[in-house]
Design a protein. Structure first.
Length: 160
């Protein structure tokens, strides 16, 4: 199913269940550091913020890739990586203004949230419902909420 993740920081407890289930689902290991989703802490405000690909409309990462290694899954709407074509040049990482793409240090490959093939485990198991998977019809509200998260994420990364 197509949809997008929406994050509500006021509901987040910082438990990291989202990053734990993500790494378990995709890698078969419990290692939040290798997860496609990360929880960042804004100490001054005692606030936890999720950092993940927001499946933006602009698709800056896809535009930046000179090897056509990134595309949109037509069934889920998620950005996906073709690891056969990817050279790990990191241009997608540099192009993403949301810091939603990582280079997995163990696999040495670009990693982006793929929405777990339409059933995001982070949203499914979030005990406080801080992460929700919403239908595309709700995407206007979701995009507005995610803009707030993007601003908070940038503030945390630039001034931890």
């Amino acid at each position: 199913m197509k949809g997008m993740l929406v994050f509500y920081p006021e509901k987040c407890s910082g438990c990291n269940i989202c990053s734990t289930v993500c790494s378990a689902y995709h890698l078969g290991v419990v290692n939040p550091d290798r997860s496609r989703i990360r929880v960042l802490r804004k100490e001054q405000e005692n606030l936890d913020v999720v950092n993940v690909c927001v499946q933006c409309e602009e698709k800056f990462c896809i535009q930046a890739c000179p090897f056509d290694a990134l595309s949109v899954n037509p069934e889920t709407g998620a950005t996906v990586v073709d690891h056969e074509k990817c050279t790990r040049c990191r241009l997608c990482i540099k192009a993403c203004p949301y810091n939603g793409i990582i280079l997995d240090p163990m696999l040495n490959q670009i990693t982006i949230c793929d929405l777990c093939d339409g059933d995001p485990q982070c949203a499914k198991y979030c005990p406080t419902e801080a992460i929700q998977f919403v239908h595309p019809l709700a995407s206007k509200v979701a995009h507005e909420q995610n803009r707030t998260i993007i601003t908070l994420t940038k503030e945390i990364i630039e001034d931890p």
